[in-house]
Design a binder for this molecule. Sequence first.
Ligand code: NAD
Length: 470
Amino acid sequence: MDGTTPDLLTPMLQRQRLAHAQRTPDYAQRMDDLKRLRAAVKKHAEDIVTAIAADFGRRSRHETLISDVMTVLHDIDYTTRRLKRWMKPSRVSTDPQFWPARSRVRYQPVGVVGIIAPWNYPVNLALMPLVAALAAGNHAMIKPSELTPQTSDLLKTMLGEIFPEDRVAVVLGGPEVAAEFSALPFDHLFFTGSTTVGRIVMQAAARNLTPVTLELGGKSPAIVAHDYPIATAAARLASGKFLNAGQTCIAPDYVLCHSSRVDELVAALEREVRARYPSLSQTPDYTSVANDRHYARLGALVAEAEAGGARVIAINPGGEMLDPASRIFPPTLLLGAPADSRVMREEIFGPILPILPYEHLDEAIAYVNAHDRPLALYHFDLDSARVEQVLDRTIAGGVSINDCVLHIAQPALPFGGIGPSGMGHYHGHHGFLTFSKQKPVFYQARWSSFSLLKPPYKKLADTVIGFLTR
Ligand code: NAD
């Protein structure tokens, strides 16, 4: 990976700003940019599969095609079909006392935006914000993760083939470059990553009063009701949790399960894992933990919970010896993990699933509310009154009812966290708005009713004010 030295960043931003001011992308340019981006992602789909697999050690080809290729193509299609409508100034009502004046909101590009992406879905999380930024008419600088060097190189090559560097630039490098990057006076800074680094990024942006969108992480709970079909819950939890080996920001982090169904849930999850991954060492569908540090961290989380009295159920259907060098971490259920153990305090970000029993729904809700506001919340329940209760009484970045993860795939839904799990939204129109200045414009008419209200105030003014303050 070819690092971009920090001293090149400011001139790069200046060139982008100048190019943007000289020729702000109009509708035709934006459509052209998005279509070229679509063609490049399609053309390089196999390269994306290969690069991410090389970075991870093993990354399910299908999961890469679904989550790093298909999602981006769909987002581009969704956007290009609607962009003309989104760009049109909207008519909004004008307060009657100002009639016949009119009011409009115009959507103007903010200028040059910075995008910082993490390693877990390294193409998706760099390109989905880029789609929104380009649709809104901005230029962009992207800083992908240093932990997926092959994919970051590929992004640089791929985007370099279709965009001049003064429109879209990819900046490579580690945390030092990232820190310099986040200190640049962008017109908007879009960060996806951990809550810890999100705090640092927001501080850096504050020095320039650069607005930020923070797409962060956290512990997303899943609640399973006492009468929900357990086989269905297990299948859907397994899909959400073991996708990308749990390295998903909105993976269910832990399950709150009614105490009467915990044993059944454990058995059903074991069945799911056996059916999906009969041999963890051989299946191409189960992804490795992306690096040694995270592999060691996950092992330490389990060891600490076990030492604290937790029952550890590591599901290894073939009973294989797994070479640590392959970083294949078996799907692992934890029962009775101590509340103060790291696995119950920190975002897990791996295929470990603690299961906590509850007796009454109130207890589950209280548990969720006693912790940081999560990025996602899942509730498996067929009783609509209880679903309403959970929706009303908990706060989360996004929710799927009777499933996991899938709210992220709905382009009409805003995606983003709340509090420690993030701020701001994107996807579809929400992304377009994030990267646009919504400029309010008041159009006065030839005749202005308000021009009657001017000094010296006389009786007419008193009558008008009296009427308006009646
Ligand atoms: P990370 O915070 O360690 O790194 C993310 C990016 O920040 C990388 O590009 C890195 O180079 C950069 N960075 C590192 N130090 C920096 C600094 N001082 N200043 C500015 N940038 C810096 O996160 P990660 O380990 O790559 O990703 C995992 C985390 O991301 C998890 O917490 C996960 O939940 C979260 N995540 C959130 C979403 C979401 O959409 N909300 C999506 C994916 C991942």
